[in-house]
Design a protein around this ligand. Structure first.
Ligand SMILES: NC(=O)c1ccc[n+]([C@@H]2O[C@H](COP(=O)([O-])OP(=O)(O)OC[C@H]3O[C@@H](n4cnc5c(N)ncnc54)[C@H](OP(=O)(O)O)[C@@H]3O)[C@@H](O)[C@H]2O)c1
Length: 265
């Protein structure tokens, strides 16, 4: 694959680093990276496949897969700029711009171009993104390219486009929600006597262990909870106290509030 990333900011950079670290899986022959001011990317130039440029049209012309990672407000201008170079027989367009629909992209590029919306999260920088994908009719035929890239950088799931906003809340905003849970358990550990670095290590590794148990066993969380809740023991005591204070309820309320907000934006 010859890949271009248009708009190498926070997310585009993480995708680029992920692709460069997974060249065997992604089989990337050339990686064009663009932004208006490319000096901040100079260090990436050492990789032989990388071509840095501020010329978006050139990057599109010499690539097959175009990942557009500019801000939502910048997307239309970029699409207008590159549309003359987009060849529907060759190119697959993958947009990660939050909230910009396939219809909006088709209104500039036409519906004969393969268009895919992707919603990754910042864990893509460490190859652990949960990325939701949705395509137009042509995009669904070319979904294998998007899956190859995003599966090399974590996991991907194809969803209906109407679920993209919910996916944004659960997966992209979800990183912030989980960080707050980890911070809270870290603060609890400090109160119980651990130094802050130790407290964070205990919290993070326990979080990773809990997720890994579910990934490995495919069990429901309650099956794993049953294994650690001794009758009349300390775990069920703490768990029930958290629920009396509204743990599950406040998490679900927060997710729904985030979803209501994204629908307003
Ligand atoms: N961060 C997340 O968790 C996350 C998750 C999912 C989706 N997203 C989406 O990903 C997109 C990027 O987010 P971000 O946080 O990476 O934003 P960002 O850091 O602002 O990156 C955008 C980049 O686009 C470049 N750019 C702007 N106009 C350009 C143009 N005409 N041609 C080429 N490059 C251009 C900018 O660099 P120059 O100014 O040098 O051109 C900038 O580096 C957004 O649409 C966001 O909604 C983000």
């Amino acid at each position: 694959m010859k890949i271009a990333i248009i708009g190498v900011g926070n997310l585009g950079y993480s995708i680029a680093v992920g692709i460069l670290g997974n060249k065997n899986e992604v089989k990337c022959k050339a990686l064009y990276l663009t932004k208006r001011n490319i000096t901040s990317l100079d260090h990436l130039d050492q990789a032989s496949v990388v071509k840095l440029t501020s010329d978006n049209k050139r990057a599109v012309k010499y690539s097959d897969i175009i990942i557009i990672a500019v801000l939502p407000s910048q997307l239309k201008d970029v699409l207008e700029e590159i549309k003359g170079e987009v060849n529907p027989r060759k190119h697959v367009i993958i947009s990660v711009a939050t909230g910009r629909t396939i219809d909006e992209i088709e209104s500039v590029l036409g519906d004969d171009t393969a268009i895919i919306r992707a919603m990754p999260n910042t864990a893509i920088a460490v190859g652990e993104s949960m990325t939701c994908l949705s395509g137009n009719i042509k995009g669904k035929d070319k979904m294998i390219y998007a899956k190859t890239i995003f599966n090399a950088l974590g996991q991907s799931l194809c969803i209906e486009e109407k679920l993209m906003q919910a996916a944004t809340v659960i997966c992209a905003s979800g990183i912030a929600f989980w960080m707050r849970l980890i911070r809270a358990t870290t603060q609890g550990a400090i109160q119980l006597g651990f130094h802050s670095e130790e407290a964070q290590q205990l919290s993070v590794q326990t979080c990773l262990g809990a997720a890994s148990l579910l990934i490995d066993s495919q069990n429901h969380p309650e099956q794993e909870i049953d294994k650690v809740t001794t009758p009349s023991g300390c775990t069920i005591e703490g768990l029930n106290e958290m629920e009396h204070k509204g743990l599950s309820s406040s998490l679900i309320h927060g997710l729904v509030a985030s979803f209501e907000k994204i629908r307003e934006i």
